[in-house]
Design a protein around this ligand. Structure first.
Ligand SMILES: [Zn+2]
Length: 235
């Protein structure tokens, strides 16, 4: 089987006018933006995954990408999985840790807060998601998305959480437009909180970004190896 039999779309959150969450180190005036850290980690994942799979980025530079463009690319390249990379932010400066979301319905109040942040539609883009369609997409993708999330959770626990003394907030169901519109098994990873000073310091280091990207690659590879089905030809 060729190395390109499995296609992965890596989605660095936000971009361009949409900065995502922002924060500053105490005593510094420099704004640190979610869109920049998400892109940096995503590019590392892309480079490391390239020898194994057919892999694409929804953006490789700092530019606006609409939800529609992200989902159209997933369709065009026939992505097997969609992996969106984000950074978390919370009003409480103490909140910290890694969370992995897969698309599903839920009633979790804490999760709704994260959804509110990540589901902000960039000006000019219409909300194009409807509930019936979302339910159908969930039905078709939830089992695979959960497996992918769990595989990533294991590799992130092993490669990042212990070494960088981070909290593992685990795997959670969430209703994110970007996952619904991608219409394929996918996850949204919140790699850490930029609103937490101690964590913000770690998130900017080469060491954290390398370990996190390695862990994401390992989680994807473990998932994709388990997916390999024998090719059966009927004719
Ligand atoms: Zn985000």
């Amino acid at each position: 089987m060729a190395a390109t039999a499995f296609t992965v779309l890596i989605d660095p959150g936000h971009g361009g006018d949409d900065t995502g969450a922002k924060s500053k180190m105490t005593g510094s005036e420099k704004q640190i933006l979610e869109k920049d850290l998400a892109l940096s980690i995503s590019k590392k994942v892309y480079d490391k995954l390239k020898p194994f799979h057919s892999v694409y980025l929804t953006r490789s530079i700092d530019r606006n990408v609409t939800l529609k463009e992200r989902s159209e690319l997933a369709e065009k390249i026939k992505a097997d999985i969609f992996v969106s990379i984000h950074l978390n932010s919370a009003p409480s400066k103490d909140s910290n840790g890694v969370e992995i979301y897969y698309l599903d319905n839920h009633n979790d109040v804490a999760v709704k807060k994260v959804e509110n942040l990540e589901n902000i539609i960039v000006a000019g883009e219409e909300q194009q998601i409807n509930h019936i369609l979302t339910d159908l997409i969930i039905q078709q993708t939830v089992d695979q998305s959960k497996l992918l999330a769990s595989s990533l959770d294991t590799s992130i626990k092993k490669g990042v959480v212990i070494k960088h003394k981070m909290k593992n907030r685990g795997v959670r169901p969430g209703l994110f437009y970007v996952l619904a519109l991608a219409k394929r098994p996918g996850v949204l990873i919140e790699v850490g909180f930029i609103s937490n000073q101690e964590e913000l310091k770690k998130l900017q280091t080469e060491s954290f970004q390398t370990d996190m990207s390695n862990a994401i690659v390992e989680g994807i590879l473990k998932f994709s190896r388990a997916q390999k089905k024998p090719k059966v030809s009927l004719f």
